[in-house]
Design a protein around this ligand. Structure first.
Ligand SMILES: [Zn+2]
Ligand SMILES: [Zn+2]
Length: 155
C-alpha cells in the first residue's frame, strides 16, 4: 500500500476530490495489514472522525480498488475484504473469526488443457482455511445445560 501522501497525489491525478475524511481512510489503510471490511475501516476512522459516513468509506474503497491500490476479495467470510497488498499472494483464513493472513508462496498448479474447457487460465488464488492462534487457544464455547442425569433407583 502506498503512503497516504502518495495516495493523495494519485487521487488528485484521477481528478478525484481530496477531503480530510479520505485522508483519514488512507491513514487507516496504511496502518493495517489486516484485510479490513468497509465496516471495519469505518469503525477505525470514525473513532477519530465521527462525521464520516459509511457511504464515504465505501466510495473511497471502491475508488482505490478501481485505481488498483486495493484488491477487493471474497474470502468466504461474509463481507468483501479489502487487501492493501496488490502483489500476487495467497491467504490463510480463520474459519472461526475470519482473520486473514497473507501467504507468499510460489504455487505452481497446472490446469491440464483437457480440463480447461477452452479457458485461457490465469494465476491461481488459493485460500487455505484453518484456525488462527487466538481461536485455537480459546476454550470451546460452554455447552448448553444438559438436563441432570436421573439416577436409576431400580436395582
Ligand atoms: Zn480466529
Ligand atoms: Zn492479502
Amino acid at each position: 500500500m502506498r503512503s497516504p501522501d502518495e495516495l493523495t497525489t494519485a487521487f488528485r491525478a484521477q481528478g478525484l476530490k481530496m477531503t480530510p475524511q479520505r485522508q483519514a481512510i488512507f491513514r487507516a489503510l496504511h496502518q493495517t495489514t489486516d484485510h479490513p471490511t468497509a465496516e471495519s475501516v469505518y469503525a477505525m476512522v470514525s473513532a477519530d472522525m465521527p462525521s464520516i459516513s459509511l457511504r464515504t468509506v465505501y466510495q473511497t474503497l471502491n475508488d482505490l480498488t478501481t485505481m488498483g491500490e486495493l484488491v477487493a476479495l471474497d474470502l468466504g467470510t461474509g463481507s468483501t475484504r479489502f487487501d492493501p497488498t496488490a502483489d500476487d499472494h495467497h491467504h490463510l483464513v480463520c474459519v472461526a473469526c475470519g482473520a486473514v493472513h497473507d501467504l507468499f508462496l510460489d504455487v505452481q498448479v497446472a490446469v491440464p488443457a483437457a480440463q480447461a474447457a477452452g479457458f485461457s487460465v490465469g494465476r491461481p488464488e488459493i485460500t487455505w482455511r484453518g484456525m488462527c492462534p487466538s481461536c485455537s487457544d480459546r476454550p470451546p464455547a460452554p455447552q448448553t445445560e444438559q438436563p441432570a442425569q436421573r439416577e436409576e433407583t431400580n436395582a
